[in-house]
Write a protein of this length. Sequence first.
Lengths: 266, 281
Amino acid sequence: MNNMMLGKYLPINSFIHKLDPRLKIGSLLLLLISVFFDAGFIGYGILGIFVIVLIVLSKMKLVQILKSIKPMLFMMIFLMFFNLLFIQKGTLLFALGFLKVYDQALIQTAYIFIRLILIIIMTTILTATTKPLDLTLGIEHLLSPFKKIGFPTHEVAMMISIALRFIPTLLEETQRIMKAQASRGVDFSEGKLKEKIMSIVSLIIPLFISAFQRAEDLANAMESRNYNPEAKRTRYKQLVWKLSDTVSFVFVLIICGTMVVLSFVL
Amino acid sequence: MSITFKEVEHIYSQNTPFSYHALKGVNLNIKSGSMTALIGHTGSGKSTLIQHINALLLPTSGEVQIDDILITATDKPETLKSLRKKAGLVFQFPEYQLFEETILKDIIFGPKNFGVEEEKAIQIAKESLKLVGMDESYLDKSPFDLSGGQKRRVAIAGILAMNPDILILDEPTAGLDPQGAKEMLTLFKKINQTGKTIIIVSHDMNQVLEYCDEVIVMNKGKVERHESVDDIFKETEYLSSLSIDLPTITSFILQLNQNGFHIDSSIKNIDELIEVIGGQL
């Protein structure tokens, strides 16, 4: 559980860390979209180099990136396996009984692999370099145009920030309860199916009870401080758009533009 | 049932920016049948230390020996289950571990995990519940209908039902009223007198003085003192450097002595003190 890298903030002082969260969220969206443009291996090469530059700039260690890919590995292999077998276009490369592999399938599978890796790494860079609260602040700012059509921007942002705030708390709680139940002889790693179900029940029920308890406490604490979602709020932390943000954004636009152009040219 | 720590180090999240050195070269020998208090500030490594005793945490280096079971960094003992049965660990606010529909089911959960037959386990459950001061009428009730203090008792009964040789308690009286705390500690003393080793993490020096025989002081991941209760409270300067208060009665005796009395500062109860003062007046 301690090795969970997915979505964890890494407190390092780097160029990427200091960028505006609005820029980072916006850029991630644009980059995610451009990943799906079929720009061939040249396009993915460019994007790949860009991502490597991002990793270097964010001062993250390669191990941390790999750790974030690990939990998705099973899904990736599953997807690639089916793509390889079910796309039947192009020339037949080899056949093994009823399993036939075509060259187009091979290329498509490679694309999917590259796309998934890029998506995971880019998302990891965002969450690892942006504090959860800054992330929410960024989302709130980006959503603010929708306020005019009655979209509850502030409530959504508050919900997201509460959810993010309680992820580590709940993980800690999970670990605590696991240890308490392990002390009562529960083995979480081994055992028959029936024992496994029982051990999960012994974890889930106390976890739910404490989560609801916490939710109630938090609601009471907010209410006793007269929280009102409709009230006009000011912020201690103001987002300031700097020159480095503009430059970075232009750079991201160039990369995304290249991807789109390449996809039409090729 | 001797517990031995040899050069035990523990580092959380090693090789990450979150790395934290919690135990630094801990050497320790806790005698079987003793009632030992573990004191020290929040973050001094108390909880990390006790979790090594039933191998919930493995040492980063060094070794822990519980009787004939050896725990080191690399090999998780094959006999993990028998170790967990031998050393019962009660966490802080153990009421959070309750999950069954009835109190009976919750108490027999532990023993059943260790292979005790259901009928025998039910018998044990009844005895444990009585031991923590609740009667059999509670057996069929839901643990979630109880008050906080009662939940705590049920949770502790669940550990007692495993009949561990070593009982480790992390601040068992936190959040209990004085009467409840006293009953709880009297119970642990009673269990200790049947020959079991007891380790209590505590912040209340009055409790330490009254119920324990030995004291381990931890500071910044190191064991700094391991002495008898009588000796530790003589080191007033050391304790005040850690801002640990003296027990009320000890501090009172010291104040008397400053003003011309000559009273043995290891006196633990008020009646004895009155008698001694009477003799000198």
